[in-house]
Write a protein of this length. Structure first.
Length: 271
């Protein structure tokens, strides 16, 4: 039986993700522009990122005023309840800026530092993915309704479809391109969607055999990592470590270890 606290956190996360997704999809201005930049001139924030984060934090704090927050666009509250919300209000901002459809709202709830609820809403796909720790992963969609998620049976590595992402700092991007150059001949192919949250959910949904990326932040991966694991995927970073900013890897069992080993051999975690 699901913990009543987890049920409440899931309900709030799904509602907040739905409302933020509706705002981003339906409220996108035709003249959308960059509000500011972060790590480099191409690492952008739009006015809609900021508006979506405010909507999410206002909705959640209205129901749970003692919870903490960690958000990409600046939400930072310690809280006193033991619950912290880790929020990326718009994962895939550059896609959104260019009116490309691959972007998502990512919301995770952590209890005493452990992620117990994850929700990723991808409005342009008409899908929302969610998981509760120990309860499996699910997707709800306009076409298929609600369904349980399960990662793909493991193919040989040379038949694996793997996704990745690239950092916004030019030197890091250059090294990431070198790693991808070495990996491509050893895989079926590599994809690059522009949204870590969507990539992790695609591993969960069996649309990818694996995913890796360097330079992620907690808000990029907290929800998607739980969803992937609850769908049967393995996740981690460097061998023996969990996902970190140095490296995040998620893959179906059988692909995870050889992919992780190659990434370690190729020095994917450093320049």
């Amino acid at each position: 039986m699901t913990d009543p606290l987890y049920s409440d956190l899931l309900r709030l996360a799904r509602e907040a993700a739905r409302r933020a997704g509706d705002l981003l999809r339906d409220g996108r201005p035709a003249d959308l522009s960059v509000a500011r930049t972060k790590s480099s001139p191409i690492d952008v924030v739009t006015e809609m990122d900021i508006a979506a984060e405010k909507l999410i934090t206002d909705l959640i704090s209205g129901s749970r005023p003692d919870d903490g927050f960690l958000g990409e666009e600046g939400a930072s509250v310690e809280g006193t309840s033991g619950v912290r919300w880790v929020i990326d209000p718009l994962d895939g901002t550059v896609n959104y800026l260019y009116d490309l459809p691959t972007w998502a709202v990512s919301i995770a709830a952590q209890v005493d530092g452990e992620t117990v609820v994850g929700v990723v809403a991808a409005p342009m796909r008409g899908e929302t993915y969610h998981a509760v720790r120990g309860g499996g992963a699910y997707a709800t969609g306009d076409r298929e309704g609600e369904r349980a998620l399960a990662c793909r049976p493991a193919p040989p590595l040379e038949q694996a479809l793997v996704s990745t992402g690239f950092n916004y700092v030019s030197g890091v991007r250059r090294h990431q391109a070198e790693v991808a150059h070495r990996l491509i001949p050893l895989l079926r192919d590599i994809r690059r969607s522009g949204s870590a949250a969507v990539d992790l959910c695609d591993v969960a949904a069996g649309r990818l055999d694996g995913y890796y990326e360097r330079g992620l932040h907690p808000w990029d991966l907290a929800a998607g990592d739980l969803i992937a694991r609850e769908a049967g995927a393995l996740t981690g970073g460097r061998p023996g470590e969990g996902p970190t900013g140095d490296l995040t890897v998620a893959a179906t069992p059988g692909v995870f270890e050889p992919l992780q080993r190659l990434l370690e051999d190729f020095g994917a975690w450093h320049d």
